[in-house]
Design a protein around this ligand. Structure first.
Ligand code: SF4
Length: 438
């Protein structure tokens, strides 16, 4: 059996693309290994959202040269968002001659064909042609055996000025609701309790379909699938968060009471420069509606600090927004210049030291708020999907509440894969402790 490794960088959509490639390879009688020395095929599924993600890939690829010398039969392939950018492909072409196959985010399904081509001709292949049929059944070897990712829409039309995704994942392209429902029914029958719907902007699902369809309508259709207990989704753009979606989250039992709603900045001046298409007032109004219609909803967000031109006053407004909204989790990112994006050409790039100081300030604030938020869970009974052994403590099990809080507990392995009532007995800023409720 030939052996393969897929090294994945970046977001949940990349993780799921790697799960799909695993399925294709295991159908070609490959078996997965975690030893680079044993591998016959190594695939790098790349991300280009920030500079350091890109540099990591080049670093790892550089290290592969020696391995290829030791094992000339080794096949090295690179795919993912980085390969959608022409300049990055040229770097691979010129500087990484030991890379055999390059493909993209829109011809993932051609991996078996490209491997076969390479075995026949043994010549380097660089092919990022858009050939995938997104309505094709997306089989995958999923890492998580109880909660499954399901792609619903690809690409993004928003062109936030700092973001390279519209250039790597293209225009919004929704899968047909029929192919999504078919996949989810099959996952339910396979025993998956939870589904996470994926898209760069799930809220604009169906806008490109004829006739158009709303995301909330899709949620209502998925709700009718008996074999699935929980529905989650990632990621929502605030400008497209409509009343219909808030009502669907309130009305549908299976839709979990958690939403990830990236704010990015609390300053209207910076939001405008980011081309985010909402103001802090509009955003806060939607958050207030979410909280009033869905009591106890958990809200998480992304914040970019050090966007070009960000002043202390802008930064203070971001801190204010976090204090006011009291998020359940905040993912903080230092602005990273991406060639080809609008913001890359902007003046007043912020110093790295200022970025680091602001990063720490937000982190300290978020730690405090999340600690206080989690203290309110003490003594509560929460429904937790037990996903498996805790990574940090193999004697413990780990799972998630409906509000997406991580819970660790001592319990018998027999409850793995079940949704059980857990009494919360402890908390920290980012996790809860519990025991199976009587
Ligand atoms: S919404 Fe903005 S940040 Fe998100 S993927 Fe689209 S362009 Fe990027």
């Amino acid at each position: 059996m030939r052996k393969y490794i897929i090294k994945t960088y970046g977001c949940q959509m990349n993780e799921h693309d790697s799960e799909r490639m695993s399925y294709m390879l295991q159908n070609l009688d490959y078996t997965e290994t975690d030893s680079y020395d044993d591998a016959d095929l190594i695939i790098y599924n790349t991300c280009i959202i920030r500079k350091n993600a890109e540099l990591k890939v080049y670093g790892h690829l550089g290290a592969m040269k020696a391995l290829k010398k030791k094992n000339p039969q080794l096949i090295i392939a690179v795919c993912g968002c980085m390969m959608q950018i022409k300049e990055a492909r040229e770097v691979i072409r010129e500087k990484y001659k030991h890379v055999d196959i390059v493909f993209g985010t829109k011809n993932l399904s051609s991996l078996p064909y490209l491997l076969n081509q390479f075995h026949i001709a043994h010549e380097r292949i660089i092919d990022v042609e858009e050939t995938d049929d997104i309505d094709e059944l997306q089989n995958a070897i999923r890492k998580n055996k109880h909660s499954a990712y399901v792609n619903i829409v690809y690409g993004c039309d928003n062109f936030c000025s700092y973001c390279i995704v519209p250039y790597t994942r293209g225009r919004e392209n929704s899968r047909s609701n029929k192919s999504i429902l078919t996949e989810i029914r099959s996952l339910g029958i396979q025993g998956y309790k939870e589904i996470t719907l994926l898209g760069q902007n799930v809220n604009s699902y169906g806008k490109d379909m004829y006739p158009p369809m709303s995301f909330s309508e899709l949620l209502r259709q998925i709700e009718t699938i008996g074999s699935v207990d929980r529905i989650r989704f990632l990621t929502s753009h605030p400008k497209d968060l409509g009343e219909d979606l808030i009502d669907a989250m309130r009305d549908l039992d299976k839709v979990c009471n958690h939403i990830h709603l990236p704010l990015q900045s609390g300053s209207n001046r910076i939001l405008k420069k980011m081309n985010r298409k909402y103001t802090i007032e509009e955003y806060t109004e939607k958050v207030d509606k979410l909280k009033s219609k869905i009591p106890g909803i958990a809200i998480t967000t992304d914040i970019i600090i050090g966007f070009p031109g960000e002043t202390e006053e802008d930064f203070e407004q971001t801190l204010d927004a976090i204090r006011k909204i009291r998020y359940d989790q905040v993912f903080i990112f230092k602005y990273s210049k991406r060639v080809g994006t609008g913001a890359a050409k902007m003046k007043d790039q912020v110093d790295e030291d200022i970025k680091s100081r602001r990063f720490q300030q937000i982190l300290d604030l978020v730690n405090d708020i999340c600690y206080e938020n989690n203290s309110e869970y003490l003594g509560r009974i929460e429904k937790v999907l037990i996903e498996g052994k805790s990574k940090n403590d193999p004697d413990k099990l780990t799972g998630r509440t409906e509000s997406n809080k991580i819970v660790h507990l001592n319990a018998d392995d027999s409850i793995i894969g079940s949704i059980v009532d857990v009494e919360i007995t402890g908390f920290s800023s980012f996790t809860l402790e519990g025991k199976v409720a009587k």
